[in-house]
Ligand binder design. Structure first.
Ligand SMILES: [Zn+2]
Ligand SMILES: [Zn+2]
Length: 295
């Protein structure tokens, strides 16, 4: 970060020193996670360690998609505060930074999609393989890492604000738990799970804006990508999401003029919460509205 432009340094200075330091711990931990993943080549992975890595991947992905994205950012359903707080704690444990940082960047993505202020477009500032690498994580090592402003609703919630500034604690805690459960082998499984999770989430920014179908009319390059949907528990149905940002269900497409529903585990999770009376006002567009935006 030493070769930052004056404009960039000004951008960073709007944050207190403690917040700046707290935020910078995020990418540092992701880099450590990549290096730590190499441990599995030394220790190998038992079935137990593989299952632990899968459990960590699925639960933390679900918190990122179902809580950070569909609840906190887009308010596609309502839930009790303790669900939002607990889910945000788990999402922070994914190495996805805190709720203020995450929502700020995601709203900027929707507002400025494929333009200069989109933090992670695969088309701006570069295209091709450079654009892919930028959207797949390179942007986190640039001045775009610091959001222009933080969302006031999240900042007003003292619990969410605390999780945002202390976002690295849950991640480090899971790493420590992994080590105490099974030594270096489980620590390696934790690093591997965290690294795969990081890249899984980033494929929404990269692959889902490059490859896939566009059944709905949008003013961007968002795509429905089944491979990304598999990795991200339904977030890869990204063209639907850009067309209907407050829809809690992303797994929707149009085939032969008919609305078709696609596998969307995050939506199934929201419906499970609803059946337990832990979610309400679950928004899904009516079929007539879906068809009105079909290409
Ligand atoms: Zn997008
Ligand atoms: Zn979104």
């Amino acid at each position: 970060m030493s070769n930052l432009s004056p404009a960039c340094r000004k951008e960073i200075r709007q944050y207190s020193l403690l917040t700046t330091l707290s935020y910078l711990i995020g990418p540092a931990l992701i880099i450590i996670s990549h290096i730590g993943s190499l441990l599995v080549f030394v220790t190998g992975l038992s079935l137990g360690a593989v299952l632990w890595a899968i459990l960590l991947y699925v639960t933390r992905m679900l918190a990122t998609t179902g809580i950070y994205h569909r609840l906190l950012t887009h308010k596609s359903y309502q839930a009790p505060a303790w669900i939002l707080w607990t889910g945000s704690l788990v999402a922070a444990a994914a190495g996805q930074m805190g709720p203020s940082w995450w929502k700020a960047h995601h709203l900027a993505h929707h507002k400025h999609v494929e333009q200069a202020l989109d933090p992670h477009s695969p088309y701006v500032p570069s295209k091709g393989i450079r654009g892919f690498c930028w959207s797949q994580g390179g942007w986190l090592l640039s001045r775009q890492f610091f959001p222009a402003k933080l969302p006031t609703d999240v900042e007003k919630d003292s619990v969410l604000r605390a999780i945002d500034r202390l976002h690295f604690f849950p991640l480090v805690a899971i790493g420590a738990i992994s080590y105490f459960m099974g030594g270096l082998e489980y620590l390696g499984a934790f690093f591997l799970s965290t690294t795969l999770l990081f890249h899984g989430v980033q494929t929404v920014n990269s692959l889902s804006h490059i490859f896939g179908k566009q059944p709905f009319v949008t003013n961007d390059q968002s795509r429905n990508n089944s491979f990304v949907a598999l990795l991200t528990l339904g977030e890869g149905w990204h063209n639907l999401h850009h067309a209907f940002q407050t829809s809690s269900r992303h797994g929707i497409t149009i085939r032969a003029g008919q609305v078709c529903y696609l596998p969307d585990p995050t939506f199934s999770f929201i419906k499970l919460l609803e059946s337990l009376t832990l979610a309400s006002e679950v928004k899904v567009p009516a079929e007539a509205i879906l068809l009105s935006r079909a290409k």
